[in-house]
Design a protein around this ligand. Structure first.
Ligand code: NAD
Length: 419
């Protein structure tokens, strides 16, 4: 059987929604292609004195709602197909959240664990320099994604600012979001994706009259998104009964303490060896009985093969693209509910928007203000996806796409096509 690329997955989801809502055929043609695709090959001096050439990508899918916005990913699987798919998802995500942004994504095909901090800094700076004017504070604004973090965003910022005239520097710090707070970042940005996931789970619980106090969940990925989701769910009384990362899985029906695990991972990088749980294989992890499964690692984790193993009521998609179209069909057939990625993990880009606004206005908001505004916006997005699902009698992913496509189609209709 021919394996689908990630962009094929996006297009299957897109065509399904476009058919259900009967989108204008002309607009359909525009949205199925990215506007710009930038590929850069750049040399970097390694610690051993030798040069290595890296390939970096930035795909800008659409900017009809505002500047391009999307993360930078450092991972061996990064290629044009993956970045293209992630860029399209960003367009939908920003539209669903009602943000004045379009969608983009970028990355470098590397395993960052193989490089020293000095090498990562030089790789990041050369990549930023190679992107040049393809990014900019009111044009295309990167942010963190897998294996990138506030430190990497600080290097992107510093390199970009070094390329603009001195008098423009201080009004250009919104060229990147997810910066360290001390370097113009927003409080609450680091936890924002996890916080947003929890707000959407709470919204789902409200609609379904489900009590999260004492609820159980399994979590894949214990990086930025996974660890924050787990730490926040603990404050609501939910119990993590299984967790998996790139080093393997741990299961404990009495619950694994996310705060302790986060302390452990901050030293050891991986969950392997943490005492509070029994090692388990991938199938045993996914089959663990719980109320909720939160994939917060890689794409294509829920497939025709793995979806039947799940023993949960709800899948809350923290990762981008964790469910492939075959997996989706199995989830629907089995009656499992899904909070789709383009809604569930949008807390990150929402607080990135808040950071961007604070930078533009020379303001700094406190955590209460950030969280209150995030909650309000993501709850509104959740409600509009719910209502749209009811109106079109369709699944939550298709409903989320319809919300996004309707907003984009409306603007295209009003503005028309140049010339
Ligand atoms: P991260 O690099 O901080 O963490 C990734 C985690 O996934 C790590 O725990 C890693 O060990 C684990 N992992 C990697 N390969 C795995 C495998 N094969 N099986 C199980 N676990 C594996 O990345 P992150 O920023 O937490 O991003 C995770 C996901 O969330 C990605 O899909 C990303 O696109 C998405 N996302 C991130 C943000 C953000 O703000 N960082 C926002 C929206 C969506």
């Amino acid at each position: 059987m021919l394996k689908l690329g990630l962009f094929d997955t996006v297009m299957l989801q897109y065509n399904k929604a476009a058919n259900v809502m009967e989108i204008d055929l002309e607009i359909r043609k525009i949205l199925c292609k990215p506007m710009n695709e930038i590929v850069v090959n750049f040399p970097v001096l390694m610690d051993n004195g030798r040069l290595q050439v890296f390939t970096g990508y930035r795909v800008q899918h659409n900017n009809v709602l505002g500047p391009f916005k999307g993360g930078l990913r450092y991972h061996p699987n990064v290629d044009i197909d993956e970045v293209r798919a992630l860029a399209v998802w960003m367009t939908w995500k920003c539209a669903i959240a009602g943000l004045p942004y379009g969608g983009a994504k970028g990355g470098i095909q590397i395993d960052p664990a193989k490089y020293s901090q000095h090498e990562l800094e030089r790789i990041t700076r050369r990549f930023t320099y190679a992107l040049g004017d393809n990014i900019g504070p009111d044009y295309d604004i990167p942010a963190p994604d897998m294996n990138t973090n506030p430190q990497i965003m600080a290097w992107v910022l510093d390199t970009y600012l070094s390329t603009v005239p001195p008098q423009h520097r201080l009004r250009s710090i919104h060229v990147v979001t997810g910066k360290p707070v001390e370097a113009g970042g927003s409080v609450g940005r680091n936890k924002a994706t996890g916080q947003g996931i929890v707000y959407t789970i709470e919204s789902w619980a409200r609609v379904n009259k489900f009590n999260l106090d004492g609820a159980t969940y399994i979590l894949q990925g214990f990086g930025n998104v996974g660890s924050w989701t787990a730490k926040i769910l603990k404050t609501l009384g939910a119990k993590m009964v299984a967790v998996e990362d790139a080093s393997g899985a741990l299961v404990n029906e009495n619950g694994i303490n996310p705060d302790e695990l986060a302390k452990y991972v901050s030293n050891s990088k991986f969950i392997k060896g943490f005492g509070d749980g029994k090692p388990a294989d991938h199938k045993a992890f996914l089959s663990t009985k719980a109320d909720i499964f939160i994939p917060a690692a890689m794409e294509n984790q829920i497939t025709a093969e793995t979806a039947p193993w799940l023993n949960v009521k709800l899948v809350a998609e923290g990762a981008n693209g964790p469910t492939d179209p075959d997996g989706d069909r199995v989830l629907q057939k089995r009656g499992l509910e899904v909070i789709p990625d383009v809604l569930c993990n949008s807390g990150g880009v929402i607080v990135s928007y808040f950071e961007w606004l604070q930078n533009k206005r020379s303001e700094s908001w406190d955590l209460e203000e950030v969280d209150t505004k995030l909650k309000k916006r993501i709850e509104a997005a959740f409600d509009s996806v719910q209502e749209t699902g009811k109106k079109y009698k369709t699944d939550s992913r298709t409903a989320a796409y319809i919300v996004a496509l309707s907003r984009l189609a409306f603007v295209y209709k009003k503005r028309g096509i140049f010339p």
